[in-house]
Design a protein around this ligand. Structure first.
Ligand code: DX5
Ligand code: ZN
Length: 216
């Protein structure tokens, strides 16, 4: 599977978001990772539809929307209409995961399913053949700048093996604590979509993104 970098704008400077998007674009990042938090599923509140609609016109890159919200099915259609290319919901946040995945696909977006560190890979086994991407959280969601939890890398390897056995071609995304020190281990384990928040936006954005891309 193709390897892509998804800088998370949660760590961007919101005052100059348009310029920051241009920088990651120029550096060659293929995706924009958009973290939506509701203060319920995770402790923080981040941003939502109005921000997505506003920045959608500043970049053609693929919008990778990570919904860290309870009952995400309530907003799938609106995020798809606002320009989300991939919509990822947490298995822990929706009562009817199978139906929510169908809803995403019917909205015209690609469907992703995310699992928290303590949620086993087996919990999503039955939807693997209908999703485009699985997001293995490598930290507990809610904040940027945390350290990667080592056992989550074993889950990436486990999922990658399952996909090989079942001949499933789906993207495996990792999110949380990915930087130049940790990127190699998640790539080796089989992840191909790499989210980077603080590693992309702290300091010189363009050179950060270029350095991460060079390792992929
Ligand atoms: C965490 C978010 C991440 C976050 C990653 O809950 O889902 O996308 O922005 O930030 P870093 O890369 O700094 O851990
Ligand atoms: Zn995220």
């Amino acid at each position: 599977m193709e390897r892509c970098l998804a800088p998370s704008i949660l760590s961007a400077d919101f005052g100059i978001l348009k310029e920051q998007l241009q920088l990651i674009d120029e550096a060659g990042a293929q995706y924009v990772h958009f973290d939506v938090m509701d203060g319920m599923f995770v402790p923080s509140i981040s941003f939502g539809l109005p921000v997505l609609k506003t920045i959608r016109k500043y970049t053609d890159r693929l919008f990778d929307v990570h919904l860290m919200i309870m009952d995400p099915e309530r907003y799938v259609k609106e995020f798809a209409e606002a320009g989300a290319d991939i919509i990822t919901v947490h298995a822990e946040a929706t009562k009817h995961l199978d139906a929510t995945v169908d809803l995403i696909k019917n909205s015209g977006a690609m469907a992703g399913v995310a699992i928290n560190p303590a949620t086993p890979v087996s919990s999503i086994i039955h939807v693997l053949d209908k999703v485009d991407m699985v997001l293995i959280m490598t930290v507990n969601p809610g904040f940027g700048g945390q350290r990667l939890i080592p056992y989550t890398v074993d889950k990436v390897r486990e999922l990658s093996e399952i996909c090989k056995q079942k001949k499933l071609k789906l993207d495996i995304e990792v999110d949380g604590g990915i930087n130049l020190d940790t990127i190699d281990q998640v790539l080796d384990a089989g992840a191909n979509i790499i989210v980077a928040g603080s590693a992309a936006f702290a300091g010189d954005v363009k050179s950060n993104v270029e350095a991460l891309l060079e390792r992929m």
